[in-house]
Ligand binder design. Sequence first.
Ligand SMILES: Nc1ncnc2c1ncn2[C@@H]1O[C@H](COP(=O)(O)OP(=O)(O)O)[C@@H](O)[C@H]1O
Ligand SMILES: [Mg+2]
Length: 350
Amino acid sequence: MLFDLRPKSRREEIFDREKEFKELEKSVEMYPMTLILGIRRVGKSSILRAYLNENPGILIDCRELYAESGHLTKEDLIRNLQSKAGLLNKIMSKFKISVNLKFLTIEPRELSLREIFKELNKIGEKTGRFIIAFDETQYLRFYGSRGGRELLALFAYAYDNLPNLRLILTGSEIGLLHDFLKITSYGSPLYGRLGGEIIVESFNRKTSLEFLKFGFDEAEVEVNKEEIKKAVELLDGVPGWLVIFGVEYLKDRDFEKAIRRTFEVARGLVIGELKELKQRSPRYVEILKGIALGYNRWSLIRDYLKVRGDRIPDPRLYALIENLKKMNWIVEENEIYKIADPVVATVLKD
Ligand SMILES: Nc1ncnc2c1ncn2[C@@H]1O[C@H](COP(=O)(O)OP(=O)(O)O)[C@@H](O)[C@H]1O
Ligand SMILES: [Mg+2]
């Protein structure tokens, strides 16, 4: 069912994205490590889950792990891996193999992640390869006390020594993820280790229209073409928003109400995300508001903040704007800034 709010987990449920699937398959074949990048709600987790449904591997949701306790420790990660025992057994019975996974029965304190990766690599020896996927990987910078450096060393170890393991890392905050992995900085554990990159983009207009049409056809509901067009104009091509609109429309078959409800839901989600952003710096949210309201050049943003009583030093403003780009909240084109997701822009305006 297309109009279902959960991330999809089977390939047949995913609309379009054949190209991304092929790229992912090819990249996993070629590289020990693959990144899946794109703004929130564009469909990264859905693609990843569908891929893991067809390939032996496990998924670790870093955002969820982080949210549980506000930080990440080795024990958190190991417990999470241990909680996947059922899945691991299922994979082994599907491939008719048996690997003694000692890590499942040992106290996390007495284990090292390196040992666990080695044991999972053994499954990979039998099945061809084994995937360890981290969803929203940029949260791993909160691992341990050194910005996750130990994990980078672990990834580098796996990259070099465990030929049957494959890492897949997704990230909504692309620049932050790159900063965390530091593949291009000399002295970083992962330095020089190339990976594949799959960029998941929003749907273009045509695909967005087809997406909605397909969803309504599937639900056997006839919807006026003009309304579908209007919805795409308002919501653009982020599949997560289109799905919410579809679900809401099916409830009462009332276009205005469905759009209103979609923005209400969007507001709730975006406000939560802005809260998290505000904790990093309250200025981020002010800058985003300014940009959403049309103060979309460097000097205009500075003026906008000034009028609101914030005389921000230029280098500071520069750094914050760079970070917002890295976090994928905004995009820049010819020195003009734009909120990356038009629905987020609408929410910010009021
Ligand atoms: N290609 C797609 N086909 C069908 N549904 C999709 C597609 N992409 C995303 N969705 C829907 O949009 C929502 C957001 O997708 P998700 O995979 O969670 O995005 P991300 O991980 O990038 O934030 C999910 O509820 C999912 O149902
Ligand atoms: Mg996701």
